[in-house]
Design a protein around this ligand. Structure first.
Ligand code: KG4
Ligand code: ZN
Length: 353
């Protein structure tokens, strides 16, 4: 089955063609038009500007995805359209959704409304055509129960999965998301937008033990997170400091901040994996691109939850993309069928279920 994925929930306009063979996902094309440069001058994503950029980008991006995949835009070629219906920015989501509805009518192809977070959960199971290691992404080999850690700019969630497409939220952030914490702290440190990746890059040259920043809720019995205390603590810390760009001290602060965020994410994920006796752990979301998180979580799971298999997305599938939407949409379609075109709706707070 060939799936066209469409993603416009925030500041990336993306379209992808993914071939699902049984439960193997082969990415035939994945085009991402980023608006980062447009929003950089505002220091954050402006919803109205994002929606307008999606409008001009969406059709060329879909055309490019079709061309690159060599899948023709004929009705017989695309079997399913998966589109992000939420969560996200309402006006941005609407552009993708209305485009999917239109293509569904025009091509006579079923459309499935897809949850963006389900996309992040399935992103570690995507493979690129031409690569040989397909067995790793064989969803039949994926054992349940599974645990997903979604860490993005808008979400930090631990999700328990009894089966494909069966999601139960067991923990979430009570304030800032992990990516948001990276971005806000990077801003306090004077790094350019979006700061998360820049902070992570500087952290590589720093000492993670140089400063002791708070690990919010690390000892709490639940699986919730809190990162706003870390931001406040840094704000006070910086009042007494003189920071110089490119200095070793700045790198040490970045490494110490990163360690504080990563330690909490790892500790909560490991304790949830133990409590729920999971056989699989899935990592997803923009912050999944963080090298330290990938490494520390892998090591901790190997040590403490040795029966589990850890799936990490390729770097290109960590941040928002339509290939992950195609994969998650396929799972939703298998479980619940298509969404009638007149019932396709965006929901900025769409829950994962
Ligand atoms: O998943 P995503 O593209 O968008 C949302 O759905 O929110 O995630 C973007 C987030 C941003 O906060 C960005 O700073 C963060 O992911 N991010 C990183 C890294 N790369 C992206 N955070 C830490 N380390 C990274 N290497
Ligand atoms: Zn996302």
């Amino acid at each position: 089955m060939i799936i066209l994925g469409i993603e416009t929930s925030c500041d990336e306009t993306s379209a992808a063609l993914v071939e699902a063979r049984g439960f193997n996902f082969h990415v035939l094309s994945n085009i991402v038009a980023s608006q980062i440069k447009i929003h950089a001058k505002y220091g954050g994503v402006v919803p109205e500007v994002a929606a307008r950029s999606h409008i001009t980008a969406i059709l060329p991006v879909i055309q490019k995805a079709l061309d690159e995949s060599k899948v023709k835009s004929r009705k017989s070629k695309v079997d399913l359209i998966a589109v992000t219906a939420g969560p996200g920015l309402i006006s941005a989501l609407s552009v993708g959704l209305e485009t999917a509805r239109y293509l569904g009518y025009a091509w006579g192809v079923p459309v499935v409304a897809t949850n963006h977070l389900a996309g992040h959960l399935y992103s570690s199971l995507l493979n690129t055509r031409g690569r040989t290691s397909f067995t790793r992404s064989d969803l039949k080999a994926l054992k349940f129960p599974a645990l997903g850690l979604i860490v993005s700019g808008g979400h930090t969630e631990l999700v328990f999965m009894k089966a494909h497409g069966n999601y139960k939220l067991i923990g979430e952030t009570l304030d800032d998301a992990a990516g948001e914490a990276f971005d806000k702290i990077a801003k306090l440190l004077g790094l350019s937008y979006p700061g998360g990746p820049e902070l992570a890059r500087l952290a590589e040259k720093g000492d993670p033990h140089a400063y002791e920043f708070p690990r919010g809720m690390i000892g709490s019995k639940d699986f919730n997170f809190s990162f706003s205390g870390l931001k406040t603590s840094l704000l006070y810390f910086l009042k007494s400091q003189k920071l110089v760009a490119k200095s070793q001290k700045l790198a040490n602060i970045c490494a110490s901040v990163q360690a504080a965020i990563v330690d909490v994410l790892v500790a909560k994920t490991v304790s949830a994996a133990k409590k729920y006796r999971v056989k699989t752990v899935l990592l997803g979301g923009g912050v999944a691109a963080n090298k330290s998180l990938r490494q520390k979580l892998k090591t901790a799971l190997k040590k403490d939850v040795s029966r589990s298999t850890f799936y990490v997305p390729r770097l290109e599938y960590c941040t928002d993309n339509a290939a992950m939407i195609a994969a998650a949409g396929y799972i939703t379609y298998k479980r619940r069928g298509a969404t009638p075109l007149d019932r396709l709706r965006v929901d900025p707070h769409l829950p994962l279920r």
